[in-house]
Design a protein around this ligand. Structure first.
Ligand SMILES: [Fe+2]
Length: 287
């Protein structure tokens, strides 16, 4: 076939899927092609605009390396990550809601004992994060894993620092016999997603701010239960209602409570003001 035009080109491309043997792949490609072609027709994309789109996606890929994931950032800031999350997780009562993974997760961080002090050398308010991992019916889960990571008090993750060997404000904790875990960290602050790449340019052109409300990331898992990827957000943050990646859910917003110097709940003697935050993660039994 030849002499394709606006009317028949889409069908001709779709026909090329006739030999696809994976039905799910075929379904996804069919829908994607329909939407993509309809989009081009609807906006009557010019050649300059088409090339600008190619350049944008190329720059997005070129910005990625083993520490920087500009494509996840693009997906996050366009709400695609949150849409995928919402479609795939319908949490029953008593279980923790999920939210985006974000671009800064690093796998395989060391397992640390409960009570560990993260970021001792860093600026910021000392914060005792404690909690429990429970079943949907409130039974404690011993030996569950809480894999956490967060930005520092200036809003930077370790992977954003010039020295790629620095690992900080990350770790994996195991719950004790009562399902409890606890560690010291610094109080997170709201921070802008990276704006030095193509996604930052896009946000600027959209007239959006790049900020995320203060949060601590966690992936919580236990054998026989569904793993949940989530955040704990700081109540009162000014960006809770305008998160650049659309990730906030009411059930994930908690109070970071300020205390005067003195003995902290875990027995630590604090000579300066500190904060405590307590959160119970509920896990859904695996099917
Ligand atoms: Fe984050």
């Amino acid at each position: 076939m030849r002499n394709f035009n606006e009317e028949n080109l889409t069908d001709a491309v779709l026909a090329k899927l006739a030999g696809a043997t994976n039905p799910r792949f075929k379904q996804i490609m069919t829908s994607l092609l329909h939407h993509m072609h309809d989009f081009v027709r609807e906006v009557e994309l010019t050649e300059e605009e088409w090339f600008a789109g190619i350049q944008f996606l190329t720059a997005t890929g070129q910005k990625c390396d083993d520490k920087r994931q500009e494509f996840i950032l693009l997906s996050d800031t366009l709400g695609v990550s949150m849409l995928v999350d919402t479609i795939n997780h319908h949490q029953p009562a008593g279980t923790t809601e999920s939210t985006v993974l974000g671009p800064f997760y690093v796998e395989g961080m060391p397992e640390l004992p409960n009570g560990s002090v993260l970021g001792k050398e860093l600026l910021g308010d000392p914060t005792l994060f404690s909690g429990q991992v429970l079943t949907a019916t409130g039974q404690p889960l011993a030996n569950a894993k809480v894999d956490m990571w967060q930005a520092d008090a200036e809003g930077f993750y370790d992977v954003q620092l010039p020295d790629p060997n620095v690992v900080r404000l990350r770790g994996q904790f195991r719950t004790d016999a009562q399902g409890k875990f606890w560690f010291w960290t610094v109080r997170p602050v709201s921070y802008p997603v990276p704006t030095d790449g193509p996604v930052g340019q896009m946000l600027l052109q959209m007239g959006r701010h790049p900020y995320r409300p203060a949060h601590i990331h966690a992936i919580v898992s236990a054998p026989g239960f569904e793993t949940v990827t989530t955040h704990v957000f700081a109540n009162g943050d000014r960006y809770l209602d305008s998160d650049a990646v659309f990730g906030v859910k009411d059930s994930l917003v908690v109070d970071f409570i300020r205390h005067d110097p003195g003995q902290a709940p875990d027995g630590m003697q604090m000579n300066r003001p500190y904060f405590t935050v307590n959160y119970h993660f509920g896990l859904k039994a695996a099917d």
